[in-house]
Design a protein around this ligand. Structure first.
Ligand SMILES: Nc1ncnc2c1ncn2[C@@H]1O[C@H](COP(=O)(O)OP(=O)(O)OP(=O)(O)O)[C@@H](O)[C@H]1O
Ligand SMILES: [Mg+2]
Length: 259
């Protein structure tokens, strides 16, 4: 994997020719329309294993829709998506993906532990130690018997994250995982995300928080359903000629006067 990471990436952000292993997440010409709206408007991507990718873009730019297409949860109008080389939708791939949705997908009437057990079971993973570990990561061990409905908003987000990670999937897709999470825990989450990537997982994370964006190996700027730029935070700043990532986004979006 080190060699793969070291393999040069072209200036266009596409994997360089030296990168031959199959991408963990791949999109080919993905399009999704809702009536006249092109929510995802021709996305080509190849994301490698062992890295954290950040999906950044304004509200309504198509991040969640793109994620749903990549996971095989929505049918593309055109194009294809692949996870670990398998075309989605793929029942087999479901167990290999951890998806934390933007809206909490947990069951209010079930306890913290029951929610975890439910999701672990859904993914065919029944090892108790995994449930215990997932609880520890989100610091909910003391709440394990509490019904989810009694949790605070931030705690519910934490439980959602634990449910997405409990089966230790190689592909982890997190749609705004740290919204409502306090700063200390947020730092801890990112430490955990990094350790998952170091162990070989591929993470795709959406966020509106720029200091989080800087924790990603690579960023994908999304606007109006298109990837308008891709690269590390540093690289994108350099290319945009600004020290500010938000400003860099605006430059790429052409909403600012050209430099
Ligand atoms: N099921 C749907 N039917 C019709 N339009 C939809 C549907 N889902 C999404 N859209 C539209 O597609 C566009 C992209 O939405 P999407 O949820 O992917 O954006 P997003 O980038 O995730 O935004 P946010 O940052 O607010 O989460 C929006 O204009 C949205 O209104
Ligand atoms: Mg969204």
């Amino acid at each position: 994997m080190t060699a793969e990471r070291a393999a040069g990436r072209g200036g266009d952000g596409l994997p360089g020719p030296a990168f031959s292993a199959q991408p963990a997440i791949e999109a080919r010409g993905l399009v999704k329309t809702f009536g006249p709206l092109r929510a995802v408007d021709g996305v080509d991507l190849a994301l490698e294993a062992g890295r954290i990718y950040g999906l950044l873009g304004p509200n309504g730019s198509g991040k969640t829709t793109l994620i749903r297409l990549l996971m095989g949860l929505a049918r593309p109008t055109a194009g294809e998506a692949y996870l670990l080389g398998r075309r989605v939708p793929s029942r087999e791939m479901l167990a290999r993906v951890g998806y934390m949705t933007q809206a909490d997908g947990i069951y209010a009437e079930l306890s913290v532990w029951e929610n975890l057990r439910f999701f672990a079971g859904l993914y065919g993973s029944f090892e108790r130690s995994r449930l215990v570990d997932a609880l520890q990561v989100v610091e909910l061990a003391d709440w394990r018997d509490t019904p989810a409905i009694q949790l605070s908003g931030g705690m519910r987000r934490r439980l959602s994250l634990a449910c997405a990670l409990v089966h230790r999937p190689p592909i982890v897709v997190l749609d705004e995982p740290t919204v409502g999470i306090d700063p200390a825990l947020r730092v801890q989450f990112w430490r955990h995300f990094r350790s998952l990537a170091a162990a070989g997982a591929t993470l795709l994370v959406t966020s509106h928080v720029m200091d989080e964006a800087d924790r990603c190996d690579e960023l994908l700027f999304i606007r109006a359903g298109r990837v308008i730029a891709r690269g590390s935070g540093m690289e994108l700043r350099r290319r945009a000629g600004t020290a500010d990532l938000e400003e860099a986004f605006l430059r790429f979006a052409g909403e600012e006067a050209p430099a």
